[in-house]
Design a protein around this ligand. Structure first.
Ligand SMILES: [Zn+2]
Length: 106
């Protein structure tokens, strides 16, 4: 469950988060997280992704199949924004329209 929503018990507001596949804790800093993936299996071009704190990469990879590729979550976000056509101008507009953002960050 690498991408999830956390619900605040008090406010019932939700926030999207990445959960580390090794320690099961929230990855709070994009520069402290990696994502890993393998080559696609034959005939399937969609691959599963694993999210890990940088400090959890080695212990995870020791006990699991070591994926062939990895990259920082900060890079993932740039690729994702680009693939969703959210360049700086549209991102700024979306940011303005996102309500209660400060309540969701902690
Ligand atoms: Zn972790």
């Amino acid at each position: 469950m690498p991408f999830a929503l956390i619900v605040d018990e008090k406010t019932r507001l939700t926030k999207p988060v990445f959960i580390c596949d090794h320690c099961c804790k929230e990855i709070k800093d994009a520069f402290d997280g990696n994502y890993e993936w393998d080559d696609p299996q034959q005939g399937n071009l969609i691959v599963n992704v694993v999210f890990l704190h940088k400090g959890c990469v080695r212990p995870y990879d020791k006990t699991h199949h070591q994926p062939r590729f990895n990259m920082g979550i900060h890079n993932l976000m740039v690729y994702l924004l680009n693939n969703l056509d959210l360049g700086p101008k549209r991102l700024k507009e979306a940011y303005k329209n996102t309500q209660k953002l400060t309540e969701l960050t902690s």
